[in-house]
Write a protein of this length. Sequence first.
Length: 437
Amino acid sequence: MIGVDVHVIGAGLAGLSAALDLADAGARVALHEAAPQAGGRCRSFADQLLEREIDNGGHVLLGGNKAVFDYLDRIGSRAEMEAIAPAAFPFMDLATGETWSIRPNAGPIPWWIMAPSRRVPGTRPADYAEALNLYFAAETDTVARRLDPEGPLFQALWEPLCVAALNTNPREAAAKPLARVLAESFGKGEAACRPYLPCNGLTPALIDPALMALARRGVTRRFGVPLEALSVQAGRVTGLRFADGDVSVGDACVVLALPPYAVARLLPDLTLPQEMSPIVNVHFKLDAAVTLPGGTRLLGLVGGTAQWLIARGDVVSVTVSAADGLVERPNEAIAAMIWREIAKALGKPPFPVPPYRTVKERRATLRLTPKAETLRPGPLTATQNLFLAGDWTQTGLPPTMESAIRSGRAVSRAILQGHARPATIPREAPHDGARPT
């Protein structure tokens, strides 16, 4: 047990994870959040138009996300996640109406590719061996350089998986992070591939139970108070300037669990990846509970704009990742176009468009190009008592919920092991005085 004081700035999954670990180790933790609620990009909200609680985006866990499930167990909310078991990834080709389901087998040897009913129609077992190319990728390789865009699996499998996991077009996405995702899911068999969806929403599953767990551990919290600047003297953070006043840091540690663009405003001398990739989600309220082809709550789409459908009751949520060509279009045009594409899959007429809510996350995740991958920092900085957390930091995975929670754990380990000292490779120049946003 330790007696260190820690200020955690940001109450997304990374900040919540770090605060939980530190509090369990006996640290005195203060959690600060600029927004009026916790969760960051992983949250639910009450939508007045749909009269439903909806998620800001379509988030899916996999059974191989060990850090997330450990987090769920510690906050007591694993039961809030519903598994698709045995693992199945139903798909529909919107152009042809053809459907199929990817169904991995138990164990690491992928004999499922030998069964036509478990793989993409028209493909051969040998086609799946192409995935091995990812494991030999160079740092500069993109997914499309290692996986043939003209190959039989690219549009039907590799591209949907890449866009879902990396939120980056495979023609510019770094190959190595996708290799890690496949290694921790398909590389470990059916149980590691099982999709898990929140039964009642992201906030009831991942956020509210964490806040209650932190409160039981004595963590203090302040919401709706943005951090405007850091005071740094002699290589240490000495003060925090919030919108409502200054906080002296003293001997405490500071964790910035913020997006990279927010960290860059506070620490302009730090070299960080900052190009972000958007996600657009549209939530449609139907007149009855939704049944998707394949019989599960999840459906992958090819041949159209949207990539995934998630159903919960009478609401079906559509996710468009790497949505650069869509995010600036009017909400009405987006909803009408997507509804026309998915209506057939839902057994509904293309007109009229049902009630909908469009949610745009213009800076949803890091655009994970090979260059951005090399710029992702670890938890340590050149400022002795300052640490970085977030799904965009270097966790070995693309920016996902698993990555966010791993980053929080990496920060807590660094603090608990006494690593409040400069990183081996300095990432920022020492400076004195406050840094404005």
